[in-house]
Design a protein around this ligand. Structure first.
Ligand SMILES: Nc1ncnc2c1ncn2[C@@H]1O[C@H](COP(=O)(O)OP(=O)(O)OP(=O)(O)O)[C@@H](O)[C@H]1O
Ligand SMILES: [Mg+2]
Length: 258
């Protein structure tokens, strides 16, 4: 008998705050809407944040409890009303001690049994946790903003991925304003030497959605950032975005944000 294995897709960046958690939580919703059994795992062991984006209640059983051997992974899976499953990290600073990162592999293979895709929201940078998130990945998505500092850091991540012999799907450029002074898609792919697989526009709805603890694809499904997230998700699973449901105005936005 063949055991179904989930693809583990790590979403990582060199520079912090570029949009990994926003993209992981929204892609999670989009992929589950496409019928993929999707789990979003908070890999930010020291500064977790998926719960904040997805509205997971405080004090649940978290990945920390599992890595400390105090809970089973099944107890740390939360089913979001929109179908995606979430494994939250702990918000409490006191939980950071006694974490066994090696146990992470075990946790992921357990999750793989009942999932098609595991999206791992990685910590930024080149620290121990980030390295671990890359080691466990089948595929890696690098997130950057269209500016020199984050692209430079993204390049380091790409080099590290190459050293680890990992498959990098490409770069997602987030917070693109389409204005002068920011790096173009072509410049970014020339510098990092990877394809740009997604371009998410700067959109105030993202901020509002985080304030309301709901991913933007649910909060404002037809906003420019949501349309770009859906397109990215559709491309990743080889589906078409059903733009007819967006109406003529949204179709125009979709075209403009391509
Ligand atoms: N497309 C966007 N348009 C506008 N604001 C955005 C967009 N994407 C992200 N943001 C803003 O950037 C902030 C940081 O995003 P996010 O938490 O997803 O980054 P991160 O890479 O996960 O950060 P960290 O490295 O701290 O984990 C969010 O609070 C949000 O307000
Ligand atoms: Mg984050």
């Amino acid at each position: 008998m063949v055991i179904a294995m989930a693809r583990i897709v790590t979403i990582i960046s060199g520079k912090g705050g570029v949009g990994k958690t926003t993209i992981a939580s929204n892609l999670g919703v989009v992929l589950s809407k496409f019928g993929k059994r999707t789990v979003v795992v908070d890999g930010n062991v020291t500064t977790p944040n998926i719960s904040l984006h997805m509205g997971i209640p405080f004090s649940p059983i978290t990945l920390h409890d599992v890595l400390r051997g105090e809970a089973h992974i099944k107890e740390a899976i939360y089913r979001h009303p929109n179908g995606v499953s979430i494994v939250p990290g702990s918000i409490s600073l006191t939980d950071v001690h006694d974490i066994n990162l090696e146990k992470f592999n075990e946790v992921l293979s357990e999750l793989s049994k009942d999932a098609d895709v595991i999206l791992l929201d990685a910590p930024a940078g080149l620290g121990k946790e980030a390295l671990k998130s890359m080691e466990v990945a089948h595929d890696i998505i690098i997130v950057t903003n269209p500016d020199i500092p984050s692209v430079t850091e993204a390049l380091k991540i790409k080099e590290l991925a190459r050293t680890l012999n990992k498959n990098v799907l490409g770069v997602v450029v987030n917070r693109s304003r389409g204005k002068k002074g920011e790096l173009s898609e072509k410049e970014i792919s020339d510098i990092i030497e990877l394809p740009v697989i997604g371009k998410i526009p700067e959109d105030p709805n993202v901020h509002h959605s985080i304030m309301s603890k709901t991913p933007v694809v649910i909060f404002r499904p037809n906003s420019p950032s949501s349309i770009a997230m859906r397109k990215l998700g559709a491309d990743l699973v080889g589906e078409e975005v059903n733009i007819s449901q967006f109406g003529i105005f949204q179709r125009l936005i979709n075209w403009l944000t391509k």
